[in-house]
Design a protein around this ligand. Structure first.
Ligand code: 57M
Length: 359
């Protein structure tokens, strides 16, 4: 929004021409989010403490988690506010992909908010039931998917990395596929958010990849050079990704071990859903399995643990799922698990980015 006003003056002050460029606005969005988070972070943590919005710790959690009791939670509210402010300051507010990404952030943030609120009110870990959560997620993701599907010029083909000639047209089923991706990423990020900084760093890394993907997808010449589908208007999503990265780094400042605040479901469900949506819009949803490998492995560890537990009548594959708890139960210090997962997420991101050239 702001950039349009500034840009209007470019005929008088020629250096303001720079505000036309997505790259410049993305940098500004990243810095705006980061600075805003650093300015308001401490104040919000103090407010959350004062309002007694703090984490309940399950009694069966790995032993080192007991000391986390009382840590303020729902820091995700500030993430959402900062991302929205910075995005609408530096991106084109009329761009449909920007509007849809902002909507998904708000809608899934609302589900997380209710879930967190119930847990805090009941003073236990019982928020929304899994069924209610899934129902709301489907209810919100389907209209979003429908709207994405109908954005003028949106490509309905599914692109498979490494195989430039395989791109099936899913037709109307693509709507359900989009909804599936949004719900799956939202839940996978939620499951990953169980150690200090464990979710936010891979999120920052993944959004960095999608920042590049959206810039490339929205650029006619670069996308054609790299043989990736050109998506008119997708470039603006770089500004959105930049806003998330800045807010994510700001959040990490306080969420780094030992965490002063948790993001809560309001943060994990919303950021996960937004990541899924950006992956779909940039037509890089399959490559998410690599880039978001940490989230995928965390989700798969839970699914396989639950299935194995049920069919064997109580046996387990992992000492505890999600898999980060398995390593904690093996005796790895929390910080070692976190940093090793970060390292893996960076390696996976590089592998994912390499698919830009390997097709
Ligand atoms: C939420 N939430 C954290 C915090 C964060 C089906 C089952 C596997 C579900 C799963 C589950 O509920 N997962 C989703 C995970 C919680 O963090 C809060 O929740 C928000 C994210 N949604 O922002 O507000 C705890 O995680 C720790 N934490 C940190 N630092 C952070 O920055 O240390 C979070 C953020 C916090 C804090 O301790 O309290 C969570 O883990 O609850 N359930 C589980 O994960 C449980 N696993 C389980 O039951 N496994 C069984 C199943 C699969 C058969 C098994 O393996 O046998 C574990 N969760 C906990 N304790 N807390 C079990 C032990």
């Amino acid at each position: 929004m702001l950039y349009k006003l500034i840009y209007m003056l470019h005929s008088e002050i020629s250096c303001l021409n720079v505000f036309r460029y997505i790259t410049f606005r993305t940098i500004l969005a990243t810095l705006t989010s980061l600075i805003l988070f650093l300015i308001f972070g401490e104040k919000v943590i103090r407010l959350l403490k004062k309002m007694q919005i703090s984490q309940y710790i399950q009694k069966d959690a790995p032993p080192n988690h007991i000391q986390k009791e009382g840590t303020p939670t729902m820091g995700g509210i500030l993430i959402i506010l900062v991302v929205l402010f910075s995005t609408f300051l530096w991106a084109n507010p009329k761009n449909p992909y920007i509007l849809l990404s902002a909507s998904v952030l708000l809608l899934f943030g609302a589900i997380g908010f209710v879930d967190d609120y119930l847990k805090i009110k009941r003073k236990n870990n019982k928020g929304l039931s899994a069924k209610a959560k899934f129902l709301l997620q489907s209810l919100f993701s389907l209209p979003i998917s429908y709207l994405v599907f109908h954005v003028k010029g949106f490509d309905h083909h599914l692109y498979v990395p490494f195989f430039k000639n395989i791109h099936p047209d899913l037709g109307v089923f693509y709507i359900f596929f989009i909804a599936f991706v949004i719900v799956a990423t939202s839940n996978a990020v939620n499951l990953t958010d169980g150690l200090d900084g464990l979710a936010i760093s891979p999120l920052v890394v993944a959004f960095s990849c999608y920042l590049i993907f959206s810039y490339v997808a929205g650029h006619k010449i670069i996308s054609s050079y790299l043989h990736i589908p050109y998506i008119a208007g997708a470039g603006e999503l770089s500004v959105f990704c930049g806003s998330v990265i800045g807010a994510g780094l700001g959040f990490l400042w306080y969420n780094a071990y030992p965490a002063e605040v948790f993001m809560g479901d309001v943060g994990s469900l919303s950021l996960g859903a937004a990541l899924g949506l950006v992956a779909v819009i940039t037509k890089q949803e399959i490559v998410f399995v690599i880039i978001g490998g940490i989230f995928v492995v965390e989700a798969v560890s839970v699914i396989s643990q639950v299935i194995y537990f049920k069919i064997t009548g109580g046996k387990r594959i992992f000492r505890m799922a999600p898999i980060h708890h398995h390593f904690e139960m093996k005796g790895w210090p929390e910080t070692k698990v976190i940093v090793r997962f970060w390292i893996i997420s960076i390696i996976l991101a590089l592998l994912g980015l390499s698919t830009l050239k390997l097709r």
